[in-house]
Design a protein around this ligand. Sequence first.
Ligand SMILES: C[S@@+](CC[C@H](N)C(=O)[O-])C[C@H]1O[C@@H](n2cnc3c(N)ncnc32)[C@H](O)[C@@H]1O
Length: 343
Amino acid sequence: MQSWCVRIDASRAEYVRKKLLQKGLLDRSLRVARLGGDVLFPILFERLADLPADLKEKIEIANFEERKAVESDYKQYVKIPQSLVPLLPSSFDIVGDIAVIKLPDALLPYKSEIGDALIRAFPHIKTVALDKGIKGEMRIMGLEIIAGENRTETVHTEYGLKFKVDMKKMYFNPRLASERRRIASLVGNEEIVIDMFAGVGPFSIMIRKYGMPRIVYAIDFNVNAIDYLRKNIVLNHLNRIVPICADAKTAIEDLPPANRIVMNLPHSAGEFIMTALSKLEENGILHTYFISDKTKEHDFVKSVRTECTMAGYLIEVLRCEELKSYSPVASVYSLDLLLIKRG
Ligand SMILES: C[S@@+](CC[C@H](N)C(=O)[O-])C[C@H]1O[C@@H](n2cnc3c(N)ncnc32)[C@H](O)[C@@H]1O
């Protein structure tokens, strides 16, 4: 059916999706559509006037598939006191056939009912896991299975690629799919790429599949992640990805200078930027991610500029965009830096 929608470049899609969900503007009875490199979000007609100004410029009419009623709302199956219904989350992550959901404390006594309702509403979900927060240097999520099959291993598909992952042993974030695809599309002919914090390889594999690199070096110090990265290289029939199980700070010293470095470790980005720049060719690009208060991302960029100047690096900020919300006050930002010249 036809609907008004917001048409957005895929690189901004996740951010816009969350914004629309938060404001209740997305028409959830329709499926989100794709057209070329763009994502089309159906908007509730009666809420068009409430769109933020920058999105109002992006509206058009397009055709959308309707969702089956059962998919639109798991809440109808949850039997909990009426006063708690507003606390039920409206969104959750799906990794392969595992749903990962965060629940406020008041809903914890009903976690099994909520898990069962999700499985009933979304037949492709086989396991529901409670997200107990990401911890430690390996960024592993604490998980508790609350419904369905008792397992944390699954195969997640994005852009036609398969990622085998064990959510209890390694990090994986399905929300970064369009960011990975954006980076891959930038990788030019014969580039040498280093993925400093590769995990099970979603950036490396996406880059190898959709970019044109000569080679991708994929580093991670989580043995389990590197083990799954090896499996994923085979699963996707790829070559010229070199898994390295080591600390990125030292492992990078033995690698050849790179044309492009990906650094997906937002919590500690600042600690590794100089290490990465020391390995980057002139005219090479560093893709880094950082967490900042929503209004203070420029402070991080300013401090990077200062550090670079002091170290004799001439850099240019090609792009700095909010990637996803991290908390009510903080976001994860994506920063692309061009190394113009070293001193
Ligand atoms: C936020 S995760 C990103 C993983 C992957 N890039 C992705 O998008 O799924 C960060 C990864 O960096 C790894 N890591 C953290 N510090 C590291 C270090 N000093 N050397 C190598 N790997 C490290 C962790 O084990 C984890 O897998």
